[in-house]
Ligand binder design. Structure first.
Ligand code: SAM
Length: 245
């Protein structure tokens, strides 16, 4: 491990420089170096997603094409970034943005063998200032309070170039017949305080730019998960206020 990575894995400064919703609610999951080591494991991720991690990740990665320049909005435990890196291939580019220095150090370690991957620290509630052919947001929105969630969706849509797509994979309100519904409601109440506000909120209602996109949503696993694709219509011009370099 390099000196920079060791420094970023130290707990103090990373906790102070992240949004309060993250340090107050999810410090144990994303900012604690000891927990990161066992949580960042495909078996753990698969268990948390009831065995659906592989298919959710594969379906999200399959939305993108070799050679594309895509953004992964926040780090994800397990092998998702690796899948995206394979999908864009060595003629493409994957940029990963996360607000937590410890997560950036971790993803750099995990993906050091992939020259097509860049990662940097950044807060997705702030404009990205760049455009991509694709943007992928995997299980971030349910961990963010409603106000910041809208800003993130708006910023991600702004970052999609003409003809490009934004892919959101996240929790959704399970059907009443889903036997996991009561347990998941308890999990959300105890561990995921912002998730409930996402369950009944269509992602396309979170940004005024949604009308510039064609939206397709499907739900999986008895409605517990949603896979949403927003494709920017090719002829849509960026409003002057949102025009980016
Ligand atoms: C993508 S979400 C959860 C993913 C999923 N639960 C998993 O298996 O990893 C977790 C990441 O979001 C990051 N994050 C939260 N708020 C953010 C923000 N405003 N900007 C950038 N990254 C953010 C956290 O630092 C954390 O690394």
């Amino acid at each position: 491990m390099s000196a920079a990575q060791s420094e970023a894995l130290a707990p103090g400064p990373s906790v102070e420089s992240v949004p309060s919703y993250l340090s107050e609610t999810y410090s144990w999951a994303y900012l604690n170096p000891r927990n990161l080591r066992w949580l960042d494991n495909s078996l753990v991720v698969s268990s948390i997603l009831w065995g659906n991690a592989g298919r959710l990740m594969r379906a999200a990665a399959a939305e993108f094409e070799p050679g594309q320049r895509i953004l992964q909005a926040a780090c994800v435990y397990g092998r998702f970034s690796e899948m995206l890196a394979h999908q864009v291939g060595n003629t493409g580019q994957l940029e990963i943005v996360d607000v937590a220095p410890i997560q950036i150090a971790n993803v750099r370690r995990k993906l050091s063998a992939y020259p097509q991957v860049r990662s940097r620290r950044g807060d997705l509630t702030l404009p990205l200032g760049k455009r991509y052919q694709g943007v992928c947001c995997f299980f971030l929105l349910h961990e963010v309070p409603a106000e910041q969630r809208s800003r993130i969706v708006d910023n991600l849509l702004s970052a999609v170039g003409p003809g490009g797509k934004a892919v959101f994979v996240d929790y959704h309100r399970p059907s009443r017949l889903n036997p996991l519904a009561p347990l998941m409601s308890l999990v959300f109440r105890l561990l995921e305080p912002y998730a409930t506000s996402l369950l009944d909120t269509p992602i396309d209602s979170l940004s005024p730019q949604a009308t510039d996109f064609d939206w397709h949503r499907r739900t999986l696993f008895g409605g517990l998960y949603q896979h949403v694709v927003a494709t920017r219509r090719s002829l849509t011009e960026f409003p002057p206020s949102r025009r980016q370099p």
